[in-house]
Design a protein around this ligand. Structure first.
Ligand code: ADP
Length: 302
């Protein structure tokens, strides 16, 4: 079964297609990333996929069921981690899980039986009876993630699950997501953190202007679109280096005060830069962010 299949999906606002004939098919048991600059249509795509808004054209099949006709039945098999925490501040951690489980028609006894595992997953066993106000940002995110699992979903949607978290808290969320992947769940994740997408996702779709512009594993996308090495160069003597850099690297791109040099042979570039005291540089392997910026541009979108 295909957990989510979007076919020529279209959504217009004020006559403008913000999702524009989009095709997307998720493979079960994989972590899928949906990346794109602000306004690319990611959130609208997630909302269409869940049947929260209606499409103007095309088709959505969620858990093998057509939307919107069978949205309620399909959503019972899906978990959602929204962008902003929507925990009930008047309830404790345990009560939040109980109330949420009731939306899925689970009995109090059924939910109570699941709560220990959910608390353990979130690392919140000692906080079960604490009010939400006593939790840190990272704990709230972990609880929101655990809450999305209350109905034992096969597919989990995650809208920027680690935005606003410190590195320690992000690593804990990543551990949780890896555990879900190893349990065979399908994940669909939006994120602005390319390192997060590169770490977690098996398949990435980059969206721009409501369409999927490329799809592949992080490694495939990097190999297909970027030279393997990047040397970032900055410093007072940059203008002089910029004039001759093309002799040492395949492709150069200036962004602000930095020149990005893309190359197969970094040794020559680095050797040359070592001779230039007015410059500093960072040599690193090409990554998903390089692909993203090459394909969607460096201009701000909002
Ligand atoms: P992303 O999540 O990739 O940042 P969105 O899906 O939120 O993009 O938005 C895509 C475009 O659709 C944006 O230009 C946004 O302003 C517009 N948009 C989204 N929701 C609405 C709405 N309810 N009414 C009007 N325009 C909307």
């Amino acid at each position: 079964m295909i957990p989510l299949k979007l076919t020529r999906l279209t959504k217009r606002y004020h006559g403008v297609a913000v999702v524009d004939g989009l095709d997307l098919e998720l493979e079960a048991g994989r972590c899928h990333g949906l990346l794109g600059p602000n306004g690319a249509g990611k959130t609208t795509t997630l909302r269409l996929s869940l049947g929260l808004i209606e499409a103007d054209g095309g088709a959505v099949e969620l858990m093998g069921l057509p939307l919107p006709a069978q949205a309620a039945a399909a959503r019972r098999r899906v978990g959602v981690v929204p962008q902003a925490d929507s925990l009930d501040p008047d309830f404790t951690v345990r009560e939040n899980l109980l109330t949420y489980g009731r939306y899925f028609g689970l009995t109090g006894r059924e939910i109570a039986a699941r709560i220990p595992a959910l608390l353990a997953f979130a690392g919140l066993e000692s906080k079960a009876d604490s009010p939400i106000s006593a939790l840190s940002g990272g704990m709230k995110r972990r609880l929101t993630l655990a809450r999305a699992l209350v109905n034992d979903p096969e597919l989990v949607f995650l809208d920027e699950p680690t935005t606003g978290l410190d590195p320690q808290a992000r690593h804990l969320i990543w551990q949780g997501l890896r555990r879900l992947i190893s349990q065979g769940k399908t994940l669909l994740l939006t994120t602005h953190f390319m390192d997060e997408a590169e770490r977690l996702c098996d398949v990435i779709s980059i969206l721009d202007q409501g369409r999927v512009i490329v799809r592949g594993s992080p490694r495939e996308l990097i190999a297909a679109h970027i030279e393997p090495h990047v040397v970032e160069v900055f410093g007072d003597a940059l203008a002089e280096w910029t004039r001759c850099a093309s002799a040492y690297c395949r492709r150069c791109e200036q962004a602000g005060e930095t020149l990005f040099c893309y190359t197969d042979a970094p040794e020559a570039v680095v050797a040359e830069l070592e001779q230039r005291p007015g410059l500093r540089y960072l040599h690193r392997p090409a990554n998903l962010e390089d692909v993203f910026l090459k394909l969607t541009g460096r201009d701000l979108r909002d």
